[in-house]
Design a protein around this ligand. Sequence first.
Ligand code: FNR
Length: 188
Amino acid sequence: MTVYNAGLIIGSIASASINRRLASALVKLAPQADLNLTEIPIAPLPFYSYDNDGSIPAEAAEFKAAIEAADGIVIVTPEYNRSVPGVLKNALDTASRPWGTNSFAGKPSAVIGASVGAIGTAVAQQHLRSILSFLASPELAQPEGYLQMRDGLIADDGDVTDASTEEFLLSWLKAVHTHIAKSLSTEV
Ligand code: FNR
């Protein structure tokens, strides 16, 4: 099966981020789904302003190039105040501009997230899907990935310590692989 190289965007810059822990688990499991997941960091990005569209900051240019080079993008998002964290929205705005250079256009994407609450980032993911739709990124519709993080699911090093969680994450990654394959093979 074709191995795809997917970019990984983690929507939290917190040092003890539970979404970074989830992302580490996905990176470890990805080869079993014929995927390589490589983080595209958002922490170095300056705040987006169209004042800089004429001379894009180097960090923004590097971020956009990494998205464009990837076969697809996996976004692991927390839910902050029933939406995506500001740092993630800043990254998406950065990727979308300057006008006419939207790095997400046509790029297959998949979203997943973990929260401490029972709804497992469902509201944030709906907001994220809305943004990705506007950015013309074909999104993985199903399965949805809403994780309530609790002790005993995923260790700090990304080892999944719960069998049903591992089974779900692997099936989700396989769906991501199929989604990328279908998106890239579409001919017009
Ligand atoms: C939260 N948290 C949270 N959880 C949730 O399920 N729905 C929400 O709307 C919010 N809102 C919220 C706002 C802010 C500013 C913070 C810091 C936290 C709790 C959140 O799920 C928890 O802090 C996670 O650990 C956040 O993910 P990361 O940053 O650790 O990956």
